[in-house]
Design a protein around this ligand. Structure first.
Ligand SMILES: NC(=O)c1ccc[n+]([C@@H]2O[C@H](COP(=O)([O-])OP(=O)(O)OC[C@H]3O[C@@H](n4cnc5c(N)ncnc54)[C@H](O)[C@@H]3O)[C@@H](O)[C@H]2O)c1
Ligand SMILES: [Zn+2]
Length: 359
């Protein structure tokens, strides 16, 4: 087992990595005394796979456990589902100290986190992430929220969990494309913050579907450490440091929006976006050609897409870029790599260069 401590003063919490779902009970009693009730929020698939193990672990230490199911998919990360969850919590007579356990990927984590942040002005939240994306990204850092018909993650809060419990064995049942999705964010961490981690991935990453638990533990641990160090310095996205986590996301979000979220998974769009940002940096002479090539090659190695689709030229892209949340005073912010392990934020990318990159 490895532990990453997220240090945020009174809101500090541990991320336990490489633990068993069946061992959660005793740890929960330590973190959340003064209650004998707890709720698991999950979906049908995950409940069938892992619900029983988790419930048993909680009941053994004396908890009264209820499981609430939400339907599977991003389209259910809504206010309507949040309201249904509030009603269920009322029915269960949940009290201020009762922890809510989010068992699932980022969708369940974000939705359950939002409900925990707001119900009775805040219930303890335990994140039990079951996708690689959730283990290395969404369960850490305290961003919780829901989508509106007008856009993703438009309503939310910064609400840190009481702790995060990462059982890596659950990744065995995760679809291959979901694993790849997570790898886009893992590789991102190496590029934005730690060359040594990037080198490690370059050296050891192979067939994403057959990775050893030891290797997974190492990459999840190092990813959690990098993300939590960034979050510690800029918890609520005020100083701008947290912005570097958006590397690859400026163009990535545009691509997702242009294709109406139907063609690319988030990680795939981010992969193409990271290559786009790297090419911009290369054309602006910020990064050496060889380093840029290493970025593209590592993404290819895990079979993530790297080519910007030809049909989306600058004229189509520009309106989306201007609407992006990353625009400030009419200038478009890009996170650009200057070398592996270091990025900068620039708002002066010439249109001419963008035009060349989006070809
Ligand atoms: N809060 C944040 O900081 C943050 C960061 C990144 C992403 N997100 C959000 O996370 C969401 C995406 O999360 P995701 O990529 O985990 O997708 P997801 O939650 O939709 O999960 C993907 C699919 O995998 C299934 N699944 C989950 N765990 C499984 C397992 N162990 N075995 C088999 N199947 C499993 C799910 O049921 C689902 O069908 C988006 O809504 C995004 O906005 C939030
Ligand atoms: Zn992302």
């Amino acid at each position: 087992m490895k532990i990453v401590k997220v240090k945020l003063g009174k809101r500090s919490y541990p991320i336990y990595i490489g633990v068993d779902l069946s061992a959660l009970g005793p740890v929960l009693t330590r973190h959340c005394p003064n209650t004998h009730k707890t709720i698991i929020v999950t979906n049908e698939l995950l409940s069938e796979l892992y619900g029983e193990i988790l419930e048993k672990s909680l009941k053994t230490v004396g908890y009264q456990v209820r499981t609430i199911l939400v339907p599977d998919g991003e389209k259910y990360k809504t206010l309507e589902q949040a309201e249904k969850l509030y009603q269920s919590l009322l029915k269960e007579k949940i009290e201020r100290f009762s922890p809510i356990i989010a068992l699932g990927g980022g969708v369940i984590g974000d939705l359950t986190g939002f409900v925990s942040a707001t119900f009775l002005r805040g219930l303890p939240l335990v994140q039990v992430p079951t996708t690689l994306v959730a283990q290395v990204d969404s369960s850490i850092g305290g961003k919780v929220g829901i989508d509106l018909p007008e856009g993703k993650n438009l309503v939310g809060a910064f609400y840190q969990p009481t702790f995060v419990w990462i059982d890596l064995k659950v990744l065995e049942t995760l679809a291959l494309e979901e694993m790849r999705n997570g790898f886009a964010e893992v590789i991102k961490y190496g590029i934005i913050q730690e060359a040594k981690f990037f080198n490690y991935l370059e050296m050891w990453v192979s067939d994403v579907g057959h990775l050893s638990l030891k290797f997974l533990e190492e990459i999840v641990y190092r990813s959690c450490k990098i993300k939590s160090e960034i979050v510690q310095k800029d918890e609520c996205e005020r100083t701008g440091l947290r912005r570097i986590l958006n590397f690859g996301h400026t163009l990535g979000h545009v691509l997702e929006a242009l294709t109406k979220y139907r063609i690319y998974k988030h990680g795939e769009a981010v992969s193409i976006g990271m290559v786009g940002a790297t090419k911009i940096a290369e054309k602006m002479k910020l990064i050496k050609k060889e380093e840029a090539e290493r970025i593209v090659n590592l993404l290819k190695k895990v079979e993530l897409p790297t080519n910007w689709p030809k049909k989306y030229k600058l004229e189509k892209v520009y309106p989306y870029l201007e609407h992006d949340k990353k625009v400030k005073n009419g200038k478009i912010n890009f996170v650009l790599p200057v070398k592996i392990g270091q990025v900068i934020v620039r708002n002066d990318v010439p249109k001419k260069i963008l035009n060349k990159v989006l070809k």
